[in-house]
Design a protein around this ligand. Structure first.
Ligand code: HPA
Length: 288
């Protein structure tokens, strides 16, 4: 087979795989969620509180990537947050784990096949904006993709979406406003910001952080952006929330470590859960 023909068939294969995984998930639960959540490092507990929940380890779902990162349970939980049915990922696959970007975004492909129309993507991030404090929640306003690649590279399958997806309004304006409003109502410290995605797994150098600040980034992390690109490709509306688990490299006079990232995530967990619980009904209402 020529490289082109090979690439073409693997493009069609992604759709078939997503359909297979969706069929498997549908066979495990009667719930038909229209909202997906991806719960980042230290933020997975939200899914533990879902009612009428079905929990499926990633390794059971056909073609699903497993998460090897510490702080990621690696489980899909389909359940109800109040009246709202959701599909929540406790942990995700990252590019730095050695997965291809196609693997990283595969769950998004599956969600679209399941009928999901909105996604809440969350992550732990380093704070670049000097106005941010450790533990602050940031509503993502936009992103800068510095992972050096794009999950849509390769043949385009029109069944997913167009060749050249628009990214001017990647982060839904209504969702951003709803999240800010609910956070303020609940007394949760919140700001808006631009997320820069790097591959990791090494943290940034202080010089890289100064560079990121200059180009307009407020927070930095190693995830989310590929999923947002894939979701927008398929017309899924996005709310992105970062938890500033640490100030980025060189801001404070101390080294960074993953333990601190997880500890901060756990510290803000209850606020994070309260915010999600408040925002989900508003997202659901807009999808009816
Ligand atoms: N840099 C990159 N990714 C991160 C950070 C950081 O400082 N904190 C949590 N995820």
């Amino acid at each position: 087979m020529s490289a082109r023909a090979n690439a073409k068939s693997s493009g069609g294969e992604e759709f078939a795989r997503a359909e297979r995984a969706a069929k498997f998930i549908r066979s495990k639960t009667k719930l038909r969620p229209k909202i997906a959540l991806v719960l980042g490092s230290g933020l997975g507990a939200f899914a533990d509180g879902l009612e009428s929940a079905t929990r499926i380890p990633y390794e059971r779902i056909p073609h699903f990537p497993r998460s090897t990162a510490v702080g990621h349970a690696g489980r899909l939980v389909i359940g109800k947050a109040g009246n709202v049915a959701v599909a929540a990922m406790q942990g995700r696959a990252h590019f730095y784990e050695g997965y291809s970007l196609k693997d990283v975004i595969f769950p998004m492909r599956v969600f679209a096949r399941l009928g999901v129309r909105a996604a809440v993507l969350t992550n732990a991030a380093g704070g670049i904006n000097l106005g941010f404090k450790q533990g602050t929640l940031i509503v993502m306003r936009d992103h800068i993709n510095l992972q050096g690649s794009n999950p849509l590279i390769g043949p385009n399958d029109e069944r997913f979406g167009p060749r050249f997806p628009d990214m001017t309004r990647a982060y839904d304006k209504e969702y951003r406003a709803a999240a800010l409003e609910e956070a303020r109502r609940l007394g949760i410290e919140v700001s808006e910001g631009v997320y820069a995605a790097l591959t990791g797994p090494s943290y940034e150098t202080p010089a890289e952080i100064r560079y990121l600040r200059t180009i307009g980034a407020d927070v930095v992390g190693m995830s989310t952006v590929p999923e947002v690109i894939a979701a927008r490709h398929m017309g899924i509306r996005i709310l992105g929330i970062s938890c500033v688990t640490n100030m980025a490299a060189g801001i404070l006079d101390k080294p960074l470590d993953h333990g601190e990232v997880l500890a901060t995530g756990e510290r803000v967990q209850s606020q994070f859960i309260a915010l999600l619980r408040a925002v989900l009904p508003r997202i659901a209402a807009g999808l009816n």
